[in-house]
Design a binder for this molecule. Structure first.
Ligand SMILES: *[C@@H]1O[C@H](CO)[C@@H](O)[C@H](O)[C@H]1NC(C)=O
Ligand SMILES: *[C@@H]1O[C@H](CO)[C@@H](O)[C@H](O)[C@H]1NC(C)=O
Length: 308
């Protein structure tokens, strides 16, 4: 698909031995190049960013039973970016100024998936380490990171953080479930220096998405369910939050990512070209599926209802 051949536009900002940049939204549509390639419309609504990252959309369900899409907004420090998410490629686990370990870049043709769209229990969710929600009390709140949708209104919105597995089998660019070729460290996490298992010995950078959801227009408790439950629902009907998932399709040109990962890259990643926010925002594609995604609706795009 043309979509996934686009190169990731990278805006590099000061980091700490890591690459961190916003990726503007390419389109919000019922397309899913990884799980249902070529199927238009895909079963549920997605946000596609940078040509290579896909995540779902989230809705607010008001007390009167109607739904409204929750907008994605830029992260702290990235004002002006159209929606999207923040993408990290971490080179080492220490948030210091030196790169201390070598990591391998993803390769052309590489793709992966994390999460389970049908998961509705904590147990199913816990199979994926570090797929979390944060209730933003300020625009820089980062903790606690929890597995459930926050149960109370969050003053600055809700952040989802998805950290992909970091150990590769070294052979397969993909696998039937888009996951088996990757594994988590044997213990701990990438950030705590956990070693890769023998089955998946190649240590990759930590790919990590942060998505900021501006839930603030939905903070009026009079619109929240009377039984005290939380009102947000994923575009595929999940109101538990455990179905959180994301896709990744490698789209960097040549060895650009490996070069960046080989550099102790902070303040200035001089092996990469920086793109302005305006140029990033100018890159978008037209929606293919013609349906209203922004008004109050009786059901979610694709016919999903909360609690499925
Ligand atoms: C349902 O509630 C929302 C939020 O209060 C409101 O904006 C919307 O107009 C309501 N829709 C109907 C059909 O009452
Ligand atoms: C996903 O969740 C469903 C529903 O609980 C479960 O049956 C299935 O085994 C899970 N799949 C994976 C890959 O964990």
């Amino acid at each position: 698909m043309k979509l996934v051949a686009l190169t990731l536009g990278a805006l590099i900002t000061p980091g700490f031995g890591l690459l961190r940049f916003p990726c503007a939204q390419l389109v919000i549509d019922r397309l899913d190049p990884l799980v249902s390639p070529g199927q238009i419309p895909s079963p549920h609504l997605h946000q596609i960013v940078g040509g290579s990252a896909v995540n779902s959309n989230r809705y607010f369900k008001a007390r009167n039973g109607t739904y409204k899409r929750v907008p994605q907004v830029p992260n702290f420090g990235f004002d002006g970016v159209r929606g999207g998410m923040t993408v990290y490629y971490m080179q080492d686990g220490l948030y210091n100024y030196q790169q201390t370990s070598k990591v391998t870049s993803f390769q052309p043709g590489f793709r992966m998936f994390i999460g389970n769209v049908t998961a509705r229990t904590r147990e199913d969710m816990e199979r994926y380490r570090q797929v979390t929600y944060t209730c933003l009390e300020t625009d820089i709140t980062r903790d606690p990171q929890i597995l459930d949708f926050p149960s109370k209104p969050c003053r600055y919105g809700i952040m989802t953080a998805l950290r992909f597995p970091t150990c590769w089998d070294g052979k397969n660019l993909d696998s039937p479930d888009h996951m088996a070729h990757m594994a988590y460290p044997e213990y701990g996490t990438f950030e705590t220096g956990g070693a890769c298992p023998d089955s998946h010995p190649v240590r990759m950078g930590q790919l990590f998405y942060e998505v900021n959801w501006d839930t603030t227009q939905f903070n009026n408790l009079e619109d929240w369910p009377e039984d005290g439950s939380q009102p947000f629902v994923w575009s595929f009907g999940d109101n538990t939050g455990y179905g959180n998932h994301a896709d990744y399709v490698f789209g960097w040109q040549g060895n650009a990512l490996q070069r960046a990962l080989d550099q102790p890259c902070y303040i200035n990643c001089n092996t990469l070209k920086t793109q302005s926010i305006a140029a990033m925002n100018a890159c978008g594609i037209d929606r293919v599926v013609n349906e209203d995604i922004d008004g109050w609706t009786e059901e979610l795009p694709g016919g999903f209802v909360s609690g499925m």
